[in-house]
Design a protein around this ligand. Structure first.
Ligand code: TXA
Ligand code: MG
Length: 325
């Protein structure tokens, strides 16, 4: 199959209505989208991504009105968060109604819903009379794509069209929030809206949902220990010390704003010269992909400051570093 890249929303709509998959831009990462009401399209998403079926998908909508047609209710706390942050890089786990198939939720009675903030994605969703199921458009376990070219590198020949909306502004996946029976928010995945930002809006602290371990039957494998991983092994810590530990090896470095004299220019990715954490987040996955292409012996990454998107960056780095097996 030939894979075309373009910014033609109508062409994307046509393909999606026919049941084909289209990669779409969002403000977080590119998604591999299909008609969420077509079981053939949903099955194709799992197979193109090579994704285990126990890992549920996020449904993307143009508006909260549309979301209302697929959930039993929307808790008060979700509404407050949505008013502030949605459309945007936040996903809500809500009780599904029977229009949502078990294949989408991997058997859970919760469905993940999100209204993306990217103008092309919204334009596309408004044209369609069905929601789009869309995981990140990377093969399962690999780094999420933040440009159309990343998607092409991974999925060329497997999908007909990549809707090109430019580089993703946020560059890290959405935060995933669920709610317990007392309507308290639980963070299932750190992401594009910082935990602190949500906490200060709500005036409460936000607890982390319990972590998944490998082998557990996973209700949210984005939380699997090992994920988002380059093929080169990655170690997170004090880079100066690690450079000593790995002296003699060809190392690549991912840093916030520091440069390391001992490392050749082409092998260092400084994510933000200005020390801007948002800029750093938007460049993280591109940096991981560039270094992975050069194939040094090992990648070293700094621990980022925990402010703002820093904790989501640290989360992705530590999952990328978790040993595979
Ligand atoms: O920013 C994003 O969220 C991107 C863009 C494309 O929207 N999408 C994305 O999808 O990151 P994906 O499939 O790569 O990650 C979705 C995560 C998975 O870890 C999945 O397990 C979790 O959401 N998830 C989906 N439905 C769930 C559910 N019903 N209960 C618990 N976790 C769920
Ligand atoms: Mg993903």
């Amino acid at each position: 199959m030939e894979t075309r890249i373009g910014a033609d929303v109508d062409a994307a709509c046509r393909l999606l209505r026919e049941g084909s998959l289209v990669a779409i831009p969002t403000e977080t990462v590119y998604g591999l989208a299909g008609n969420a009401l077509s079981m053939d399209a949903v099955a194709a998403i799992y197979s193109v991504k090579n994704r285990p079926r126990f890992n549920p998908l996020i449904l993307h909508f143009a508006s909260w009105e549309q979301v209302g047609g697929y959930v039993l209710n929307i808790p008060e706390t979700a509404i407050r968060l949505a008013k502030q942050f949605s459309p945007g890089p936040i996903t809500f786990l809500l009780p599904k109604n029977d229009k949502v198939s078990d294949l989408l939720t991997a058997g859970s009675n919760l469905v993940a819903v999100r209204i993306p903030g990217h103008p092309l994605a919204l334009e596309l969703l408004r044209e369609l009379d069905f929601p789009l199921a869309a995981p990140s458009a990377n093969p399962f376990g690999y780094i999420s794509p933040t440009t159309a070219a990343h998607v092409f590198d991974n999925l060329a020949g497997k999908i007909p069209y990549i809707l090109d909306g430019g580089p993703c502004e946020v560059g890290i996946e959405s935060a995933i929030v669920g709610f317990n029976e007392r309507d308290e928010p639980m963070l299932y995945r750190e992401g594009g809206i910082g935990r602190q930002q949500m906490a200060s809006l709500l005036g409460t602290s936000i607890h982390k949902a319990p972590e998944m371990k490998k082998g557990e039957s996973a209700s949210s494998p984005g939380r699997l220990e090992s994920h988002y991983a380059p093929s080169v092994p990655l170690v997170v810590g004090n880079v100066l010390e690690l450079l000593e530990t790995y002296s003699g090896k060809r190392v690549g470095v991912i840093s916030f704003k520091n440069r390391y004299d001992a490392v050749p220019e082409a092998l260092q990715m400084v994510l933000s010269e200005q020390g801007n954490i948002q800029e750093a987040a938007s460049r993280l996955f591109e940096a991981m992909r560039l270094l992975d292409r050069i194939q040094p012996d090992i990648l070293l990454a700094e621990v980022f400051p925990e402010e703002g998107l820093g904790s989501a960056i640290n989360d992705r780095l530590s999952r990328a570093a978790a040993t595979k097996g």
